[in-house]
Design a protein around this ligand. Sequence first.
Ligand code: NAD
Length: 320
Amino acid sequence: MATIRLSSGHQMPQVGFGLWKVPNDVCAEVVYNAIKTGYRLLDGACDYGNEVECGQGVARAIKEGIVKREELFIVSKLWNSFHDGDRVEPIVKKQLADWGVDYFDLYLIHFPVATEYVDPSVRYPPGWFYEGDEIRPSKATIQETWTAMESLVEKGLSKSIGVSNFQAQLLYDLLRYAKIRPATLQVEHHPYLVQQELLNLAKKEGIAVTAYSTFGPASFKEFNMAHATELTQLTDDETIKAIAAKYNKQPSQVLLRWATQRGLAIIPKSTSPARMKENIESSNFDLSEEDIATISSFDRGLRFNQPTNYFPSEMLWIFG
Ligand code: NAD
């Protein structure tokens, strides 16, 4: 398994397993199967609401001797309602307890959005709303949150720290005061959202990039999101299918390889063992430069995972 060396000095597997929308009732089994299939990076989050079950899958794999804790690379994320500096460490400790581990390998700020604290005993995971359908902002700045994130590394609660869903301006700001630089940036990335300038900036600053939602609309069709439903699956696209046929690979493998050949880490999600295998075996061939350029030319700056696609406009004043 290829790895990417992070600025923290740690090695991150280039191909990992995504845990968003993995249903609670099958999650422990799915995580166990993913580890058995060979995945070593697990990409979780408070917001996915399945960290207890993820931990159960990990515990079973360790108990059966398939893997040791130190061979896994467990990623989790700080949810929006825990951005206040004094809320970070307690919630990380809860998340570690949910997973049943002593440290995360990587802990990310999930979104550059701070909302008011919701006590985990009231609702967990809290989601976007304070109560009912009210989104209430918190006054925490990114600097306040990042300083608390840095203390997680100092205390051994996470080996590396990073950010997600940050654009260039926020990265520039963060880099001005970061004592520990973000090791990774996790962003939406697929042929419809190539983000070359952001990738160039991350490379220049030594920040590894993890691509999420590599299959583009596939993940968002599950919500019937308007932008997604009107598009054909990228795996059904004639150009992608023709490229796949040329290499005797699946269209899904072409989409994943396009991302890894662009230097990114990937974290595809599937609950099906056959697709899990297909996805982890996506790096054993090379696309030509010409085919990479053809896939990149699909770019239309189309972002699915943003608050404006989830909430009615009258609720969105908080996001500017
Ligand atoms: P994805 O690109 O992994 O797509 C998942 C969809 O593709 C599912 O419908 C699945 O059934 C299908 N699929 C998976 N393998 C396939 C294959 N081989 N052939 C055909 N279809 C296949 O989308 P995702 O889950 O949105 O993203 C991956 C992971 O990234 C998430 O699980 C999560 O861990 C992470 N993520 C992070 C953020 C963030 O804000 N940081 C946002 C979204 C996702």
